[in-house]
Design a protein around this ligand. Structure first.
Ligand SMILES: [Zn+2]
Length: 168
């Protein structure tokens, strides 16, 4: 059986941290087309229910997408439409799953940032790229620790296009 360390409902006493493992009870399953039977539980404190999906990256999703493959293809610069064709899902589904992956990555990065050494030297540098086309230049600034190579922060700023255009 799955274990959970806190109640997902913000108003609950055990939202931040629950006492031990018997703070919830099993209340059966609900059937889903995409994920089959999903176990459901009830919090003993607030009485509200939740399921394994509540804590899942696929919360409220209606279709399964292979996140490992999606991340690999996306980081290989495959376009959204191409990803949509590759996975046989809509562009909206691809955007949704990339958003979910992004939020997980941002949360993980924030959690790991607490583990960095405050005395470790940091290098801050940026590079110029573009978004969509070279008519929309941008600068991505990265701060990275010297020894552990941990990315502390990353910012993205759009620029006005520089230079002048000539008639073709
Ligand atoms: Zn609760």
């Amino acid at each position: 059986m799955a274990t959970f360390s806190f109640c997902p409902h913000p108003g609950c006493l055990w939202h931040q941290e629950a006492p031990g493992e018997d703070w919830y009870i099993s209340v059966g399953y609900h059937q889903t087309k995409a994920f089959g039977p999903v176990p459901r539980f009830r919090c003993r404190s607030c009485g509200k229910t939740f399921s394994t999906q509540t804590f899942s990256i696929d919360y409220y999703a209606k279709r399964k997408v292979d996140y490992d493959r999606l991340l690999l293809l996306h980081s290989s610069s495959q376009s959204g439409r191409s990803l949509s064709r590759s996975f046989g899902v809509s562009c909206g589904t691809i955007i949704n799953r990339l958003d979910r992956l992004s939020r997980q990555a941002a949360a993980l990065q924030a959690r790991l940032r607490r583990e960095t050494r405050p005395d470790e030297p940091v290098c801050i540098d940026g590079f110029v790229s573009f978004t969509r086309s070279q008519f929309f230049p941008s600068e991505i600034t990265i701060s990275i620790t010297r020894d552990s190579r941990f990315i502390l922060d990353l910012t993205h700023a759009t620029h006005r296009r520089s230079g002048s255009m000539t008639e073709i």
